[in-house]
Write a protein that binds this ligand. Structure first.
Ligand SMILES: [Fe+2]
Length: 500
């Protein structure tokens, strides 16, 4: 595949936010005209000889010539193909499917794709798969950094466009456009529907409601202008549905996957209070990571859920990483990785560890509603974890109330890269000590890049982690670990064989 296709469809096609009867179809037209007519067809066969739905839309410069179509009236658990037509040219054919209605769900879960840090081999391997219902992206789909913001070892595998940090709408649009011209990103989207939430780098490092760690209003202008620009570009470029037309800023939403699973996507990023390392503020019972409206919605979703499983798509890790007793030999590297703060290896203020009161409200709700079979799917920390969630992780008799599977990064740096050591050397000791000191953490792997496949049946949910290289566009992947939770247990067990 050439790096950029000539013609109007240089940014490929995408689909997303599948339900049992609807799908978003997406493309972008490269054109000078402010308004371009785009037609589309969708059918059951790859050649699109038997069209089951079709229509047209106008790609306008107001929306960066992106097109987002909500096709309804489709059949559940059905594979479709689609194609766009504009300016006398045809787009590549995309493959997609509606959510299954039966008793099996199989998805890939990924996060944190920093373009300058390497190649998206994880996306290529996910694209190769024939057996997925959709891809769940937990955020940091783009990174806003410029070329001067190098990785921890001063790496720059690939240069970004624009070369500077994204601040304006034009900057964010150009960054999405560059990602979509990457052949692995293009193929990922052309092969599977995507369901995405956001993390901070869709906006700016360490975003909170009214600012971001890296945002300087004097240098970068008003935060709310930047936040609005970043969100607008996300809406334009991602194959997502607006869940509430009255509130275009709302990202959180949910999906019913038959009676098997209820997928609840939360936005722990754009409504949160400011991160703090001050323990007096951190433990304030009023502090929020979801914001009051979303929190109430989340509990309503849990209360109304009568599916066998609840899958919570959660940007930042909810399991406790911080403990009062954190020996120096693991405190230091965990601070380097960014799961503890560098100040005295305290709780990392950007994760749920920095929002303990709200985490406890969530955990209490799960207990009070008597909900078992809840699985948090998390990203952000550029490393892999399997965690049993307790209200009090230090209390050995406190039974787990849910489990958490954390996906590593597609490319973003992790522990070996932060420490400047060879993969699977220094980190092994850290991983072993983390598990020794934190029995609720059943497994951690802090060096590798990749994704996991989540396979859900009425009897169990299992995550299989697959790892890839990031330097160069390379084939292959390796299966690293398999952890499962049985229905009714909320405990993790090492699985004997991969699913699928
Ligand atoms: Fe990230």
């Amino acid at each position: 595949m050439s790096k950029s296709r000539p013609g109007p469809f240089q940014h490929g096609v995408a689909s997303g936010d599948p339900t049992s009867e609807a799908l978003i179809l997406w493309t972008r037209v490269t054109a000078e005209d402010p308004a371009v007519e785009v037609s589309w067809v969708l059918g059951r066969d790859r050649e699109l000889l038997h069209v089951v739905a079709s229509g047209s839309a106008v790609a306008t410069s107001e929306h960066d010539h992106t097109v987002n179509i909500d096709v309804r009236g489709l059949d559940p658990g059905t594979r479709y193909f689609y194609r766009f037509h504009a300016l006398g040219a045809e787009s590549p054919v995309g493959r997609t499917q509606t959510l299954p209605a039966g008793d099996h769900l199989r998805i890939a879960v990924c996060a944190c794709a920093r373009y300058m840090s390497g190649y998206f081999n994880a996306y290529a391997r996910i694209a190769d798969r024939e057996d997925l219902d959709f891809v769940l992206h937990l955020g940091d789909y783009i990174y806003e950094y410029g070329n001067d913001e190098r990785g921890p070892r001063g790496w720059l595998v690939r240069e970004v466009e624009p070369p500077h940090e994204c601040i304006t709408l034009a900057d964010y649009r150009a960054r999405y456009a560059q990602y979509r011209r990457d052949p692995d990103v293009a193929r990922l989207h052309a092969r599977h529907p995507l369901i995405a939430t956001v993390d901070d780098h869709e906006f700016c490092n360490d975003t909170w409601r009214d600012g971001a760690g890296k945002h300087d209003p004097v240098r970068d202008g008003p935060w709310h202008d930047r936040k609005a620009a970043a969100l607008r570009a996300w809406r334009e470029w991602m194959p997502v549905r607006v869940p509430d037309p009255r509130d275009p800023s709302r990202i959180y939403r949910s999906f019913e996957i038959g009676s098997l699973a209820h997928l609840i996507l939360i936005d722990g990023r754009t409504q949160r209070d400011r991160q703090t390392s001050d323990p007096r503020v951190m433990d304030d019972p009023e502090r929020t990571i979801l914001g009051p409206e979303q929190f109430a919605w989340f509990v309503d979703q849990l209360r109304a859920s009568n599916a066998r499983w609840r899958l919570v798509a959660n940007g930042v890790m909810i399991g406790q990483v911080y403990s009062e007793f954190m020996p120096e030999d693991i405190g230091e590297p965990l601070s380097e990785l960014g799961v503890l703060t560098s100040r005295e290896h305290g709780p990392e203020p950007d994760q749920w560890d920095g929002y303990t009161a709200e985490r406890d409200r969530v955990f209490r709700a799960l207990i009070e509603l008597g909900l078992g079979n809840t699985v948090f799917l998390s990203g952000d920390v550029h490393s892999s974890w399997a965690v049993e969630l307790h209200r009090d992780h230090r209390e050995k008799t406190d039974p787990p109330l849910a489990v958490e599977f954390v996906t590593t990064s597609v490319t973003s740096e992790n522990l070996d890269e932060h420490l400047g050591t060879s993969a699977r050397t220094e980190s092994l000791h850290v991983e072993r000590r983390v598990i020794e000191e934190n029995p609720h953490i059943r497994w951690a792997e802090l060096d590798s890049h990749g994704y996991f496949v989540l396979d859900v049946t009425p009897e169990r949910a299992q995550a299989d982690w697959y790892y890839v290289e990031v330097v160069g566009r390379t084939p292959g992947e390796r299966l690293a670990a398999m952890w499962a939770v049985r229905s009714g247990e909320s405990r993790l067990r090492a699985a004997e064989r991969p699913t699928g």
